[in-house]
Write a protein that binds this ligand. Sequence first.
Ligand SMILES: Cc1ncc(COP(=O)(O)O)c(C=O)c1O
Length: 381
Amino acid sequence: MTGATGTPPLARYRAEFPVFDGQIYLNTCSLGALSRRSRARVEAFLDEWDRRGAAAWYDVWWAALENLRQRYAGIIGAGVGEIALHASVSTATGVMASALDYQRRPRVVTTSLDFPTVAYQWLAKRPLGVEVTVLESPDGISVPLEAFADAIDERTALVATSHVFFTSGSILDIAAVAELAHAKGALCYVDAYQSVGQVPLDVRATGVDFLTAGGLKWLLGGPGIVFLYVREALVSRLRPTVTGWFANEQQFRFDPRALELHRDARRFEQGTPALAAVHAQLGGLDVLDEIGLDAVFAAVRELADDLVARAAEAGLRPKVAVQPARRSAIIMIPAADPQAEVRRLAEAGIVADARPGHVRLSPFFYNTPDDHQRAIDVLTT
Ligand SMILES: Cc1ncc(COP(=O)(O)O)c(C=O)c1O
């Protein structure tokens, strides 16, 4: 796409996202843009709340939760019974971590490139005897499979890592990691917050046991709504010890003496979901469904290639995976003072983000090669 003239076809959806009024948004990996459809869905939710109060719970709002579980399942090729809704990756992994047995297998293997809230779940359990092994990355881009293979042993309960690393945008071969974990009798959890919506993911084909993703970034749902996938064969074997009434099959008996966990992945849920976030997410999914996820993935791929090529051509030395197939649309540009660069971009009307040592640019289907060039022009002057 480098040097291509004309606007990519999906950029016509830009009008759906008011954040583009008067500026260029290149920061989807921090927060996906708010669509008009999300706003309309949230407004409809608020109207219902005004009009009917709690009566809306038992039909439209309950149905919205079911609809969302189903749509999340569809996106990753899971069954609806494998999906639990949560407010954040932290709460979802907290519940999941509470269901594992660390007696015989006290170790959890994670990496220095994973989002830290993942490791925190198990660092917090160190007083209970849990050991956390953090694999280092030799290049700051990815972690070699050999490092996983060396670290996973018969004392390992879980390997917890990411599909796309938030620090580098690199795509990890999670099917291979799951295989290494299973070969030693361990389970595998994947934080896919930075992948679902921007790169294809067929969760069953990967063989992973647990996976989280959600609205904040590439699914255009905003904060407050994520999902936890639990592989079907595991669901009934695991009993979370951090829980709540939404995990209870007999939720509306209100009996404090009996906890009968759902037979499906809802046994990993906790309390009342943030319904405004649920509706914002449904609006974001409406946009993605209308475009079609395959078209989104193809557009993202082209945009990522374009941005990497332009940045390299301009001498910005983008830090990305060597193999193009391992790259995503999170592109790190080395910078001595990334905060200052982000401020300069903001002054030029471009929204980007900083991470230690880097400016982080993340185009999505609503971006164009012209957006890339404008950012590069600022970064090179
Ligand atoms: C890879 C990844 N995981 C998790 C999170 C956030 O976790 P939580 O939902 O607990 O705030 C982020 C960023 O917000 C992220 O980039």
